[in-house]
Design a protein around this ligand. Structure first.
Ligand code: UTP
Length: 294
């Protein structure tokens, strides 16, 4: 089926990051480092691997450094050139988005994820798009968004990435109901419930922070009432959209790290560092020594 290509991805980076204070008082959580790259770089790389051509950042107060990160640093690069630091120069050049492919808009007040996505409406326009929560980073052979695009190419409509959780913990997540299979890795979503009461969840598949949405979501979010936490919630918008449009799921089977939480961030650092041939030999032994003393 010829679906409209997913060209644009929205990264809502305007949250307050209160779970990570005091670090996030002056540094956005998206700029915290996992091994040697900021968290946001992992998420942008995931999007690029899935064929995204335009990266839309919804920023807020104190997040200007994210915009600087995706720009050239003239003085630094000049100095690296003078010192013949060619490998470092190439590294920076490789990470720079092509001119005109990164857009920044601002959510002046953090009114919620749904509101942040709505702030991107003019830049996204009338086409389906991806949303990637920039504090969730994933480790897998195939990028999570790439797997979602493969499901989307079969189904069209809206696609959410889901993972399995311990059924006893389903009440902590946004959970989906499971319908007909779509290929090997997808299924039709029959219902969505945000934090179902204990023992009532229709499955243990939770929404993990990656979305492909149709542009009709913007119209819904425009008038969306505040929901949980007194915030304009994306989930409420999706529930309204599901009344008129199909939602499908991509079953992601890699690892996800919530870098907006201290434990997820530390685990991400350990996991990504242990995967690196240049770092694993340096830390494996000391790590064992630390844990053996616990
Ligand atoms: P979170 O609830 O995880 O982020 O929102 P937060 O509000 O920054 O974190 P805590 O709970 O205070 O620690 C999920 C994503 O939505 C973005 C956040 O930046 C995060 O990436 N977000 C949330 C916005 O961009 N604007 C908002 O108003 C709320």
């Amino acid at each position: 089926m010829g679906q409209q290509k997913i060209r644009k991805a929205v990264f809502p980076v305007a949250g307050l990051g209160t779970r990570f204070l005091p670090a996030t008082k002056a540094v956005p959580k998206e700029m915290l480092t996992v091994v040697d790259k900021p968290v946001i770089q992992y998420v942008v790389d995931e999007a690029a691997e899935a064929g995204i051509e335009h990266f839309v950042f919804v920023t807020g107060r104190g997040k200007g450094v994210i915009e600087d990160y995706f720009d050239i640093q003239f003085e630094l690069e000049q100095m690296l050139r003078e010192r013949n630091k060619n490998a470092e120069l190439t590294l920076l050049a490789d990470l720079l988005p092509t001119a005109g492919t990164a857009s920044f808009t601002r959510q002046q007040v953090p009114l919620g994820l749904g509101h942040a996505v709505w702030c991107a409406r003019d830049i996204v326009g009338n086409e389906p798009f991806a949303v990637l929560l920039p504090d969730m980073i994933m480790s897998s052979e195939k990028s999570c968004l790439k797997g979602m695009v493969e499901v989307y190419d079969k189904t069209g409509g809206n696609v959410l990435a889901v993972e399995e959780c311990d059924p006893a913990l389903a009440h902590k997540y946004g959970i989906v109901g499971v319908g007909d299979k779509v290929g090997e890795e997808g299924f039709k979503i029959t219902q969505m419930i945000e934090k179902p009461a204990k023992g009532t969840a229709p499955s243990n598949f939770f929404i993990n922070g990656r979305y492909i949405l149709q542009p009709e979501i913007f119209k819904i979010l425009e008038t969306q009432e505040r929901g949980a936490g007194n915030e304009i919630q994306l989930t409420d918008g999706m529930l309204a959209l599901a009344k008129s449009q199909d939602f499908s799921a991509y079953h992601f089977k890699g690892e996800t790290y919530d870098c907006g939480a201290k434990d997820g961030f530390i685990l991400a650092n350990l996991a990504f560092a242990l995967k690196r041939d240049d770092i694993r030999p340096l830390i494996e032994g000391p790590l064992k020594a630390i844990t053996s003393k616990l």
